[in-house]
Design a protein around this ligand. Structure first.
Ligand SMILES: Cc1cc2nc3c(=O)[nH]c(=O)nc-3n(C[C@H](O)[C@H](O)[C@H](O)COP(=O)(O)O)c2cc1C
Length: 240
């Protein structure tokens, strides 16, 4: 009976379309970079790191004065492209993605300015897509960062909740991310369904991400620990 239910559930999930994820982030002191590295070990997605065009700026100097000026300029005139600091060109075709996960440092209660530039330029092209938000800050929580994301991606289909990771908790990112992926039901968006196009449910080959054969049947699949695997030739995240 249990097996029948599992098979039914898997067959239903298999009807969902396959989704592709883009991870886009900015990081000045690498907390968000480390968070995104942990995320990339749990999900399969293309990664884009935003870089300010002006190099060598010390955003932390003089009580974070540069970041403060950039955030003030955006707050004063959020609809003016000139309010946003220039960034390096980004080569990404947003039409290729169904889900976009944004990794954002918080600056003065708002999203770090260079990431706001990217979203100001590209937010309209993200309409209708699933949007996940991860925020890193020292103590302010998510504060206005979610509001910024919603302003800059007005047509986004936001996944709830957003994830806040306190900067002192960055080393715990793997487990915080794992819990968050469950909370937003990421596995249903982009995981197991991709391998279930074959209706013969006994017919699996399951490898570790390093290429070691684990097994060839559904029960093996069901009993695996959460993580990335190669199943029937496809890299998938099992959110067991
Ligand atoms: C310009 C600037 C302003 C910041 N403002 C705040 C703030 O208001 N509240 C807070 O908790 N952290 C603030 N921080 C700290 C960052 O949010 C925190 O260190 C975060 O982890 C940085 O991520 P990153 O290492 O990926 O750049 C600020 C950092 C900078 C550079």
């Amino acid at each position: 009976m249990k097996k029948c239910l599992i098979i039914l559930a898997l067959a239903l999930i298999s009807m969902a379309a396959r989704e592709k994820t883009l991870i886009v982030y900015y990081s000045y002191t690498n907390n968000v970079h480390n968070i995104i590295t942990a995320l990339s070990e749990q999900i399969d997605g293309d990664i884009v790191r935003i870089e300010p065009a002006e190099k060598g700026l010390d955003y932390a100097a003089n009580n974070y004065a540069i970041g403060s000026q950039q955030i003030s300029a955006i707050r004063s005139n959020p609809n003016d492209a000139a309010s946003y600091p220039p960034i390096d060109p980004v080569n990404v075709n947003l039409a290729d993605y169904d889900c976009i996960i944004i990794g954002a440092p918080l600056w003065w209660s708002n999203m770090a300015a260079p990431l706001q530039t990217f979203l100001f330029q590209n937010g309209a092209a993200m309409a209708g897509k699933k949007i996940g938000l991860i925020v890193s800050s020292a103590s302010s929580g998510i504060s206005g960062v979610e509001g910024d994301a919603k302003r800059l991606i007005p047509g986004g289909d936001f996944l709830t909740p957003s994830l806040w990771i306190r900067s002192s908790q960055t080393s715990n990112a793997p487990s915080l991310i794992s819990d968050w992926l469950k909370a937003i039901k990421y596995g249903e968006l982009s995981g197991i369904q991709s391998i279930l196009t074959d209706q013969n449910l006994a017919n699996y080959t399951i490898f570790t991400i390093g290429g070691k054969l684990i097994g060839r049947n559904l029960l093996t699949l069901q009993n695996l620990k959460r993580g990335l695997y190669i199943v029937n030739g496809q890299k998938i995240y099992l959110n067991n």
